[in-house]
Structures are given as structure tokens and as C-alpha cells.
Design a protein around this ligand. Structure first.
Ligand code: ADP
Ligand code: MG
Length: 377
């Protein structure tokens, strides 16, 4: 990245920063219900080299896009910078909105986080840029505030109504750990996730299913959850406990809403159980929780699609102890807990099943719990 920066700008960067993509181990569609999530950061990340620039403007080059975009203080208005550079301008805007003075800078970045696969390449981009700009500008911003500022960028500048999950994972995760995050209080802590110590590894498989209707389906699920919470007289579905579930379901008017609520309430309970299991070092016991989460997403929340279901079923048949879709749904990635050394075999089995079904080829890699946003050089 230092060389790439010199090639672009003709001088050295003052530093190199990175922030990772993430997978959510468990806890899907719980974040906007004030519930629990348990992501971990991937080794795949956005890396950005940066140096101050004296004209008070920002220039950013994406080596992936082979494009440079430049913007100035007058562009720090949502909607002014569009396309991928909105994720960068939005970070400057959100920092400024939070009261920080951001140094003009040149940034050159590259990424190996798959884009649009539900692994949060967007949060990786935001958090890498934010970490670089905070350091360059000599700002003091606490880790959780960094995540909130990056989320603000995505929500208000880019215009994607996402929860805190992605940016919290990219900012707060530590190597060999998952992050347990309470989306209501933003309380969080590390949970040990040394899978190799119990002879396991985690396959991440991108089904490469083109997402369709994601935004409208996502909005629809959110609305149903909000309505259900109103009917039940709670601030959010997080307030319905597993013990109260049957009673709560009996007070809801239709079957679809009952199933949506059952997913959220049982998924929150599964996250809490997963945290307990990981705290005890019983990582093999995550497998049935992953399976149950998938069934709940498929049958109750109805956010899986045939490619994703086939990938999960095939992974299990090929030796995975447990598997589930990860991410918002309607495509994207699955994760599978597999014996050490068998991820490729399981991946190949899914590829063969996809081929037979007439689906395009999936891609896969090992999900290795890695460090969150940080300075590299
Ligand atoms: P996800 O976060 O699941 O990968 P999103 O749609 O939220 O999908 O974010 C993807 C967008 O993030 C891309 O369309 C692009 O605008 C931006 N992005 C991600 N990585 C890069 C990159 N390396 N260079 C430029 N833009 C990127
Ligand atoms: Mg994203």
C-alpha cells in the first residue's frame, strides 16, 4: 500500500490503517429489535494508506475501482458525493457532525472483502477510513463512538438503514474472539472463539446469489417487528423473553407476525446460549445453535432463498456439524462449522451441488476471527 500510495501521489504516506469485514456467527435480524448479536471480524479487510493534504480537501483512490474521487468541505452534505466515495465523504461528514475537525488528506485504499456478499465491505471501508482520519487529525474518539460515527455515515450519508452490528464488529473485534453486543445498551465484550483448539474451523461460503428485493423485504420485516412490539406493549421484541413467548404469540393477530416474532425471540435466546457455550469453551456445541438459527430464518422469518438452503443442506451432508445463512438474507453467505482441514472438501461438495442444480459457482474461504480496525504502519 505504501508503494501504491507513492505511485499515486509521488510521496510517502504517513501511515497505513486497516479495518475488517465480518461474519455474524449468530443473531440475525435481532439488532433492530434491540437484541443480541455475535459477530467476529474476518482476516479480509480494507487497507488504506494516507497522508495529510494542505488544501483542506480529501482525495481517495480505490485500487479495486481504479478510480480517484476528490471532494471538499462544501461536499459534506448527504447526497453530494455519490457512489462508493459516499462511504468516504460520509465518514468525514459524520466526524464533523460529531464535532471533530478533520484534516484534509489523500487516501489510497484496497480491499479483499467480497463486495455485496453480506460480509460488510461497506463497514470495513468506513471504519478503515475513519481510523486513518482520526489518527491523521490527532482526534480522540472512543472505540464505540467510532462505530457509531461510521454507522451514522452509512445511515444518513449513504442512506442505508442498518443497525450498529457491522461497524461495531469492524471496530471492536479482537483476534481469536467473537464480539457479544447488546444492541440496546451497546454493552459489549469479547468471547473466546479459538475453534482450532477443539478441532474445528469455520467455512464461509458465498453463494453469489444476486440479491433481489432485499431493501423492501428488510423494510417489511422491520415494520412487522415494530407492529408486533406495539401490540405486545413492549419497547422492542427484545423485551419478550423465551418464557413469555407462548403467551405473546397468543396475543398476535396473524400467523405471519407470530412466526416473525418467534424467530426474533428464539434467535436472541440462541445468541445468549452461544455466548455461554463459547465462554465454557464448548465450541462444538455451537453447531446445533447454528442449525436451529437457520431453520428459524428459513421457516419463521422467511429470509433464505433456495441457493442458501441448498448450500446449508449440502454442507451438513458433507460433514459440517452445523451451518446457517449469515447476514440479512435473500442470498449472501453461509457459515459452516466443520472439522479442521475439511473446509475445502465441504466447499467443493456445495460447488458440485450448485453445478447440478444449475446455479453459478460459489466461492469460499476460512473465517478466521481477526483483529478490528487498527493502524498497521
Ligand atoms: P456489503 O457491505 O455487504 O459488502 P454493501 O452494499 O453494504 O455490501 O456495500 C458495498 C459497497 O461498498 C460497494 O457497492 C461500494 O460502494 C463500497 N465498497 C466496498 N468496498 C469497496 C472498495 N474496495 N472500493 C470502493 N468501494 C467499495
Ligand atoms: Mg454493507
Amino acid at each position: 500500500m505504501t508503494e501504491a500510495f507513492v505511485q499515486q501521489l509521488g510521496h510517502d504516506p504517513v501511515g497505513v490503517w486497516a479495518a475488517p469485514g465480518r461474519v455474524n456467527l449468530i443473531g440475525e435480524h435481532t439488532d433492530y429489535n434491540d437484541g443480541f448479536v455475535m459477530p467476529f471480524a474476518l482476516a479480509e479487510q480494507v487497507v488504506v494508506a494516507a497522508a495529510p493534504r494542505e488544501d483542506g480537501r480529501w482525495g481517495v483512490r480505490s485500487l479495486n475501482r481504479r478510480q480517484t474521487v476528490t471532494f471538499g468541505p462544501q461536499d459534506l452534505v448527504p447526497g453530494r458525493v455519490e457512489g462508493w466515495a459516499a462511504y468516504v465523504a460520509g465518514v468525514v461528514w459524520a466526524l464533523a457532525e460529531a464535532g471533530h475537525t478533520v484534516q484534509g488528506a489523500d487516501l489510497v485504499l484496497t480491499s479483499d472483502v467480497p463486495v455485496g456478499a453480506g460480509l460488510s465491505s461497506s463497514a470495513a471501508l468506513e471504519c478503515a477510513v475513519l481510523t486513518a482520519l482520526v489518527d491523521l487529525s490527532g482526534l480522540e474518539v472512543a472505540p464505540l463512538d467510532r462505530a457509531r460515527i461510521a454507522r451514522r455515515c452509512e445511515n444518513a450519508y449513504v442512506g442505508a438503514p442498518t443497525g450498529l452490528l457491522d461497524q461495531a464488529a469492524s471496530t471492536l473485534c479482537e483476534a481469536d474472539n467473537a464480539l457479544f453486543l447488546d444492541c440496546r445498551s451497546a454493552d459489549h465484550r469479547q468471547v473466546p472463539l479459538d475453534l482450532s483448539s477443539v478441532g474445528l474451523e469455520l467455512l464461509v461460503l458465498d453463494t453469489k446469489t444476486p440479491h433481489s428485493h432485499v431493501t423492501s423485504e428488510y423494510g417489511d420485516r422491520r415494520r412487522t417487528c415494530d407492529e408486533a412490539a406495539k401490540i405486545l406493549g413492549v419497547a422492542a421484541l427484545r423485551d419478550v423473553s423465551l418464557d413469555d413467548l407462548d403467551d405473546a404469540l397468543s396475543r398476535l393477530p396473524d400467523d405471519v407476525m407470530r412466526r416473525r416474532v418467534r424467530h426474533v425471540v428464539t434467535e436472541d435466546a440462541r445468541v445468549l446460549e452461544a455466548v455461554e457455550v463459547a465462554d465454557d469453551g464448548r465450541l462444538a456445541d455451537l453447531a446445533p445453535l447454528l442449525d436451529a438459527s437457520h431453520t428459524s430464518m428459513r421457516d419463521d422469518f422467511e429470509i433464505t432463498v433456495p441457493t442458501v438452503d441448498l448450500a446449508v443442506e449440502t454442507a451438513r451432508a458433507a460433514g459440517a456439524h452445523g451451518a446457517r445463512m449469515t447476514g440479512g438474507g435473500f442470498g449472501g453467505c453461509i457459515i459452516a462449522l466443520v472439522p479442521v482441514g475439511s473446509a475445502d472438501e465441504v466447499g467443493r461438495a456445495v460447488a458440485a451441488a450448485f453445478d447440478e442444480a444449475g446455479y453459478g459457482a460459489p466461492a469460499w474461504f476460512l473465517g478466521v476471527p481477526s483483529a478490528g480496525a487498527r493502524r498497521l504502519v
